[in-house]
Design a protein around this ligand. Structure first.
Ligand code: ARG
Length: 259
């Protein structure tokens, strides 16, 4: 007798829960469709493109403002997360993230694994050395020298192409420049705008660039290979450029309007 009562009660409770659950859900769905979330990952040791605001976990920068503007324009709620640079492409492959917004250079090699949006920024690599170094004048003088770079970057690839160089690839750019400061390496190879920002923010107390910016590199947002997101983001990016929002964001981070 008691057993039946418990069962009946349980059944009743479940039914009412289902009714409430369905009713509530339906109503909500009719009022407001579920928000589409764009999961964006970045490696934030790359100011002014992406970095953590001093004393906080909040990630900010040019790439972040731009992908927020583009993602919002495409109808998404943009979510930013922190990830190792060499983990970004694998994470796109497994579908753990939707976009890598990380100053990522569009290369043929990467295009085999992911798809890129239209380019949004032109960059290039440069060599950083100790301020008092007089022997290294360009990348040609790095043969047999110790070079620091960030793991998985075009800077690492360039470093490894230098004959006889002893290359150390760090998880972050901050560690790579720290190693130069500690005289653990003779040079760092990294993207010129990031090096420029670093010098202007006080890095020039111990470091300087040598030689010219190497061949041009284009940054693009990366998505899962052949994802339809490419088209959506390109369309939204074109609108963000047309509306003047791109220029506004550019001015915020680079202090001038792009020519
Ligand atoms: N542009 C270089 C590359 O694609 C470096 C990018 C590093 N980005 C970063 N957020 N740490 O390899």
């Amino acid at each position: 007798m008691k057993k039946y009562l418990v069962c009946a009660l349980a059944a009743l409770t479940m039914t009412s829960m289902m009714v409430v659950g369905c009713g509530g859900g339906d109503k909500k769905a009719a009022d407001k469709p579920a928000e589409k979330v764009l999961r964006v990952a970045t490696e934030p040791s790359f100011a002014p493109f992406e970095f953590q605001k001093k004393g906080t976990n909040e990630i900010t920068g040019f790439d972040i403002d731009l992908i927020k503007a583009v993602g919002t324009k495409a109808g998404y709620k943009v979510q930013i997360m922190n990830m190792g640079f060499d983990a970004l492409i694998p994470a796109l492959g497994t579908g753990n993230i939707d976009v890598a917004a990380s100053g990522m250079t569009i290369t043929d090699e990467r295009k085999k694994a992911v798809s890129f949006t239209d380019p949004y920024y032109t960059s290039g690599l440069i060599v950083l050395v100790d301020k008092n170094n007089t022997t290294i004048k360009s990348i040609k003088d790095l043969e047999g020298k110790r070079i620091a770079c960030q793991i998985g970057t075009t800077g690492e690839k360039k470093s490894r192409s230098v004959k006889g160089a002893k290359v150390t690839a760090f998880n972050t750019n901050v560690e790579a420049t720290m190693e130069l400061k500690n005289k653990g390496v003779d040079a760092v190879i990294n993207d010129a705008p990031v090096v420029g920002y670093f010098l202007a923010q006080g890095g020039n107390e111990y470091a300087k660039t040598v030689g010219e910016v190497m061949e041009a590199e284009q940054y693009g947002f990366a998505v899962k290979k052949d994802s339809k997101l490419v088209g959506e983001l390109n369309k939204a990016m074109a609108e963000v450029k047309k509306s003047g929002d791109y220029d506004k964001i550019y001015k915020t981070w680079f202090g001038e309007v792009k020519k």
